[in-house]
Design a protein around this ligand. Structure first.
Ligand SMILES: [Zn+2]
Length: 384
């Protein structure tokens, strides 16, 4: 036995040494690694900066992009079966409570009449928009109190279409501007005086290409009003035109404006809010001199005749809070989506907000506007 123990002892000793010292040492890195892993897992995701509380006396401006509720041209097959009365049902809770509700009316309010002669002969004009006059009440019911009529469809039915549109909007008390015969408008809500003007590269509208002329209109408005809102219908159209190029854009042989230069010139002249539309897709936002620029709010409520495939179906509703001087306080992008079979719907995946956030990070990383995945807009210094 003694001999057996004598020979076994070294093995036993090395077994004990191995169990006590070596194995734990071998395991140590694994444990270390798992500790590190656990620590990583519990590091909280950096929270987006909390927006400052909105002061009670701030103003809320809501804005959307293109609106075309259905066209009776060439026949009634392109009109919605409900006479458009449910068009904005999904958006009404989001629009409620805003002092100003803005959109771009992409077409005329006209019951009958032939297309403008030159439009019929343009091959690119496959779609001509003539909304029944009674649809204006749908806009009124949703709360719209100012519309842009500066765009490439307001003259689809020439002077007849423009006259019917202005007469209809006048009759129900919706403010509008953007035509050569009506470059700007002034209106009052809750004791605050708003000035509004709108620009486009198209015939009969106030030109987006004339920066000096735009500055003159805007500075005159600012002298008379508390807050000046400017809309433009500019830039290229479609998925290839999501970015703001900071240069003159052309589309189908037409100059569509240098929207960056236009927006900055407008703010230098006294504009407080800039709402772009026209590209049929969303574009970035920017803060400049404490003023918010939304370069394109895309399509919002466009029945059938406008493509809503892919990113064209993203429909942001922008709510901006400003002080009585028009300076940006905070904002929110509410995401909606359009599909031809379902119409306008709230998008719980916030795709419009996330798209605008991504474009803003790419195109204007240093403007100081922070957009969360939920669509919260905050002024601050970006982390990167
Ligand atoms: Zn357009």
């Amino acid at each position: 036995m003694k001999g057996l123990f004598f020979y076994t002892k070294p093995y036993l000793l090395s077994f004990i040494v191995c169990m006590v010292f070596i194995l734990p040492a071998c395991q140590a890195p694994v444990e270390k690694h798992s500790i590190v892993k656990q620590k990583k897992a519990i590091i909280p995701k950096p929270e987006p900066p909390k927006p400052a509380p909105i002061p009670n006396d701030s103003l809320c401006i809501a804005a959307v992009g293109d609106i075309m509720l259905g066209t009776s041209y060439p026949n009634n097959a392109t009109l919605p079966p409900d006479s458009a009365v449910n068009s904005f049902n999904a958006a009404k809770p989001g629009l409620q409570g805003a002092d100003v509700i803005f959109g771009n009316l992409e077409g005329s309010l006209l019951d009958w009449g032939d297309p403008a002669h030159y439009k019929l002969h343009q091959k690119s004009k496959a779609f001509l928009f003539r909304m029944p006059v009674k649809y204006a009440l749908v806009l009124k019911d949703a709360g719209f109190n100012v519309l842009s009529v500066a765009n490439n469809h307001i003259s689809d039915f020439d002077i007849k279409g423009r006259n019917s549109t202005t007469k209809t909007l006048d009759s129900i008390g919706i403010n509008y501007a953007g035509l050569l015969i009506k470059p700007s408008t002034v209106f009052e809500v809750n004791g605050i005086k708003y000035g509004f003007c709108s620009f486009a590269p198209n015939a009969n509208t106030v030109s987006i290409l004339d920066l000096k002329g735009a500055a003159a209109i805007i500075s005159q408005l600012k002298q008379r009003c508390d807050v000046v809102i400017v809309s433009f219908h500019g830039g290229g159209e479609g998925v290839d035109f999501e970015h703001v190029p900071r240069a003159m854009e052309s589309y189908i042989n037409e100059k569509r404006g240098d929207v960056y230069a236009f927006a900055h010139n407008a703010i230098d002249a006294g504009a407080d809010l800039i709402f772009g539309n026209g590209p049929h897709v969303s574009r970035a936002m920017e803060l400049y001199n404490k003023r918010l620029i939304a370069y394109s709010l895309g399509n919002f409520c466009t029945y059938r005749c406008v493509s809503v495939a892919g990113v064209c179906g993203l429909a942001p509703l922008l709510k901006v809070y400003v002080n009585k001087k028009g300076e940006f306080l905070s904002g929110r992008i509410l995401s909606f989506r359009q599909a031809h079979d379902k119409g306008l719907e709230r998008d719980t995946l916030n795709r419009a907000a996330i798209k605008i956030k991504t474009l803003t990070q790419t195109d204007f990383p240093d403007s100081g506007l922070i957009i969360s995945d939920e669509g919260q807009l905050t002024a601050g210094i970006p982390e990167n």
